[in-house]
Design a protein around this ligand. Structure first.
Ligand SMILES: NC(=O)c1ccc[n+]([C@@H]2O[C@H](COP(=O)([O-])OP(=O)(O)OC[C@H]3O[C@@H](n4cnc5c(N)ncnc54)[C@H](OP(=O)(O)O)[C@@H]3O)[C@@H](O)[C@H]2O)c1
Length: 239
């Protein structure tokens, strides 16, 4: 991207959960777009961001640490938050609440989750999808490893807030080179989404690009890779 056209020039963003796979892709995209980047990740995960040393600021803290989030989002024009439901201590909702409370008024707040989150109850899920989510919910609770309901609660709070939020709902993910910005739809079950696959780097690209797209404010786009069969079929129908 030529420097004169970089959308992030002079702007600061925060990636909350920067050390994970999605987080690292977001850091890369944000730097590429010219943003100054602050990242938050657990202390023990700071080394995962070594390749960005000198190019970003890293705050080592749990993402639901309110004091750390207050510091990290200070002055940020956008905050990209990886919502994960690990543990049974309200990690997702604590993380989301801290971002909602401390981001500067008017900042773009972009959160990640999966298709299982529904905003208006109008999503249509396959039996297989529902079974997988139910299994994850039960096993996560039994092992006390993950609390899917807390991710639901996090999103409920985001949807109810009057901030400039976007909740990006990811399909199944795969690694591989970028295929470009994913396409999206308001409801799971819409034919364009049927392929249910997105490159992880493109999920991150959609998150970062969402901060520059006001049409996504207070939307919960469900995304799919733009080169997947369902997206291609949809594009040829609407061409
Ligand atoms: N995986 C999928 O197929 C899929 C599908 C749709 C949507 N999504 C969404 O995509 C986002 C990222 O998912 P991902 O699969 O790509 O994973 P990821 O980017 O690797 O993220 C995992 C995150 O969880 C953190 N984490 C792991 N164990 C933890 C623990 N015990 N306590 C606290 N934090 C912990 C990691 O932090 P550390 O680096 O500190 O370990 C990292 O930030 C999530 O919002 C998810 O809902 C995923």
């Amino acid at each position: 991207m030529a420097s004169e056209e970089k959308p992030g020039a002079g702007k600061r963003v925060c990636v909350v959960g920067a050390s994970g796979k999605l987080g690292q892709y977001m850091v890369r995209h944000a730097l590429e777009r010219g943003y100054e980047v602050v990242g938050v990740c657990r202390e023990q995960s700071v080394p995962k961001l070594a390749e960005f040393e000198g190019r970003m600021t890293v705050i080592g803290a749990r993402t639901d640490d309110r004091e750390a989030i207050e510091r990290a989002v200070d002055g940020c024009d956008a905050v990209f938050t990886v919502l994960v439901p690990w543990g049974m201590k309200h990690y997702s909702s604590g993380t989301a609440q801290a971002v909602l409370d401390f981001a500067k008024p008017g900042a773009r707040l972009v959160f990640s989750c999966g298709w299982h989150i529904t905003r208006d109850g109008e999503d249509v899920y396959s039996r297989k999808f529902k079974a997988v989510v139910a299994l994850f919910r039960v096993i996560g609770r039994l092992l006390r490893a993950a609390d899917l309901d807390d991710q639901v609660e996090a999103c409920r709070r985001i949807f109810a807030s009057d901030t400039r939020w976007t909740v990006v709902r990811g399909s199944d993910l795969e690694e591989g080179p970028s295929e470009g910005l994913p396409v999206w739809s308001r409801h799971v079950g819409d034919p364009v989404l049927a392929s249910n696959m997105t490159r992880r780097t493109d999920f991150a690209l959609f998150m970062v690009a969402a901060a520059e797209d006001d049409s996504l404010v207070r939307e919960a786009p469900a995304i799919v890779g733009r080169k997947t069969p369902s997206a291609v079929a949809h594009a040829s129908k609407t061409a």
